[in-house]
Ligand binder design. Structure first.
Ligand SMILES: *Cc1c(COP(=O)(O)O)cnc(C)c1O
Length: 417
């Protein structure tokens, strides 16, 4: 459920008419709803009520510091994948004791920064990474709390680019090899083993791959216990999907119930790393129609492009497109394309979309996750504004970039002067 709805044919975000925001900030812009973010976070977190757990929001899905602050206020932690995300999380006020650091390629400066910040744990993905963390921790005379991300070889049945839990993917350590790595880690002076982690993929629409994974993790924990290695945290990652089009993903409550049952009486703190399921349907991208073209095919050229929302181009992802002001004209099948010089620059292809005329506003739905965070300056397009609605108010939480922002940090060397 989200808080975007029509009132007298005009799209509202909570209690604010979207055209009002467009008039104030210009287009395109990302628009998030506080009530929806709060509702989704709470519904997810409540699905694990009564169980010792920590919900660490996956920062990469939507990393604006205002959004991170909201989840921190709701008691959430953060799942980060870079030093930059650590900086964002700390700036937003996330408790470092609730931050887990995932990702396959952490650099030493990033590792030192995380150690000095006192994060909860590193989710390590290789023995070489373990050595790097041991070296940094020894230098700083600190102890690094670690878990290893194991790869359970489970098929998440999602898009190949966002499958991470198969043996052929670059992620984690094969579950059959992981025991040896844990035994090696036990002997290192500045390493404290605290967890086992896992993340099998994104936009999963069934619970069974999660359940298969939990079963494999439980077997693995029993084997570790046999070696005298006790685990405090079991991190099962994120990945729960949302409805973009016709998907019917399990509700957080169903997912939570299934995970609980699979865990049985396991005495660990459960860590969850949801991203998309919390923010995906809490945000839209508002764009303006520039031109329409009809030939062999109908094209609607809008002012947002693949640099602003990469998912359709990157994953062939479907995003619903709806009018901001509902007219009488109805819908038609068309391509909604951006201004970028690439044929791959589209927001929708051969999709039922509103019959639109230049100057009209359109809303691209389900754009809250992997929307702004994947945007770029390609074609030297300033990155768009981000706006957060709260009841009757709206707030600019990231101003639109300027042309000066585009060349910040660039320089013409002396020999060209
Ligand atoms: C991307 C990612 C997540 C979040 O995935 P969602 O599908 O957005 O829930 C969680 N954990 C790790 C390690 C990730 O890389």
């Amino acid at each position: 459920m989200d808080h975007f709805h029509y009132l007298d044919r005009v799209l509202q975000a909570e209690e604010v008419p979207v055209p009002e925001i467009a008039a104030a900030v210009g287009t395109p812009f990302y628009l998030y709803s506080t009530a929806t973010l709060r509702r989704h976070f709470t519904a997810f977190d409540q699905a694990f009520a009564g169980l010792d757990h920590l919900t660490c929001f996956a920062v990469k899905s939507c990393s604006n510091i205002a959004v991170l602050r909201l989840f921190a206020q709701l008691g959430g932690g953060a799942d980060i994948v870079s030093g930059g995300e650590l900086y964002r999380a700390l700036t937003a006020g996330v408790d470092p004791a609730r931050i887990v650091y995932s990702g396959v390629g952490k650099t030493k400066p990033e590792i030192r920064y995380a150690l000095e910040s006192g994060i909860l744990m590193f989710n390590l993905e290789s023995e070489q990474e373990l050595v790097a963390v041991q070296e940094c921790a020894a230098e700083l005379k600190l102890t690094a709390r670690v878990s290893f991300r194991v790869n359970p070889d489970v098929d998440p049945q999602t898009h190949a680019y966002i499958s991470t839990g198969l043996a052929k993917n670059k992620f984690g350590i094969a579950i059959a090899e992981a025991g040896r790595v844990y035994r090696a880690a036990r002997d290192l002076a500045n390493i404290e083993i605290v967890g086992v982690s896992c993340h099998i993929g994104s936009q999963l629409t069934q619970v069974s791959p999660f359940i298969d994974t939990v079963a494999k993790l439980k077997d693995f924990l029993a084997r570790l216990a046999g070696d005298g290695i006790e685990i405090k945290y079991l991190d099962i990652g994120g990945g729960l999907g949302i409805r973009y089009h016709q998907e019917e993903p399990p509700l957080p409550a169903e997912y939570g119930a299934a995970i609980r049952e699979a865990l049985g009486d396991l005495a660990c703190t459960l860590i969850l790393e949801p991203g998309r399921v919390i923010v995906g349907n809490a945000g839209i991208l508002v764009t303006k129609v520039l031109f329409t073209k009809s030939g062999q095919k109908k094209f609607i050229v809008v002012d947002a492009g693949m640099n602003d929302l990469a998912r359709p181009s990157l994953y062939d992802a479907h995003h619903g497109i709806i009018p901001v002001v509902k007219g009488e004209a109805g819908t038609e099948v068309a391509d909604v394309v951006g201004p970028i010089c690439e044929t791959g620059d589209f927001l929708a292809r051969g999709q039922e979309v509103p019959v639109a005329v230049p100057g009209e506003l359109l809303a691209v739905q389900s754009a809250g996750a992997y929307g702004f965070t994947m945007s770029s300056n390609y074609n030297s397009r300033p990155r768009v504004a981000e706006v957060l609605v709260n009841g009757r108010e709206f707030h600019l939480i990231r101003r639109r970039e300027t042309y000066e922002d585009l060349i910040r940090g660039e320089a013409i060397p002396d020999f060209l002067k």
